[in-house]
Design a protein around this ligand. Structure first.
Ligand SMILES: Cc1cc2nc3c(=O)[nH]c(=O)nc-3n(C[C@H](O)[C@H](O)[C@H](O)COP(=O)(O)O)c2cc1C
Length: 186
């Protein structure tokens, strides 16, 4: 299966996650780059006003990939707005996809993310996986914005996330089978 990782990262955590998965799959990666350099305070403005920021285009043909793994942060319970912009522009070209995020972590948000992705891409993801920074922190720092939001992942943290990442990759490798059968039947 031909896989592409398409990612956005503002402060580096999801870029590190991209690098970890790239090393496992040896696949191509594509970075979503915004047209204007983002300042931190605009994150909440984007979410508040449902904005879709401008992103740079490089003409990559997504149709050649069986599966795209999207990687991006969660902002205020939603997928980071640059990924939202990308999905709206490219949804017709996406054959199969999944989403994985390194985020703070909150019990109620996974279904919302799944629904948002389905709405934006026009089809549901094969798998959604959240890697919680909360799971890396000692009890007294969990769920406290002053510790969780500024946390920057380090390579050693991926030992904690390894099982979830492997499960994600296993699920997407299975998700491609029906597509191959359909192709054969045509
Ligand atoms: C303004 C803001 C809002 C956030 N809201 C959420 C949230 O609702 N849920 C969550 O799990 N993480 C939330 N986060 C945490 C980020 O998803 C997390 O820090 C992520 O790892 C940052 O990724 P990056 O370093 O690749 O940009 C928020 C972060 C910021 C800055």
């Amino acid at each position: 299966m031909k896989t592409l990782i398409t990612y956005f990262s503002f402060s580096g955590n999801n870029e590190l996650l991209t690098n970890d998965i790239q090393k496992r799959l040896h696949c191509e990666t594509f970075q979503i780059v915004e047209s204007k350099k983002r300042k931190g305070f605009t994150i909440l403005l984007d979410v508040l006003f449902s904005r879709t920021p401008g992103i740079q285009r490089d003409g990559k043909d997504l149709k050649q990939y069986d599966h795209i793994i999207f990687i991006a942060p969660i902002w205020a319970g939603k997928i980071a707005t640059p990924l939202k912009s990308f999905l709206l522009l490219e949804k017709e070209n996406i054959r199969g996809y999944s989403f994985i995020t390194a985020c703070s972590g909150s019990k109620a948000q996974k279904d919302k993310i799944q629904n948002e992705l389905t709405r934006l891409a026009g089809k549901s993801p094969a798998m959604v996986t959240e890697l919680w920074i909360n799971d890396l922190l000692p009890a007294h720092k969990k769920n406290k914005i002053k510790y969780v939001t500024p946390y920057r992942l380090q390579p050693k943290d991926f030992a904690v996330f390894a099982d979830k990442i492997e499960k994600h990759l296993e699920a997407i490798s299975k998700s491609i089978v029906p597509t191959l059968i359909n192709v054969k039947e045509q």
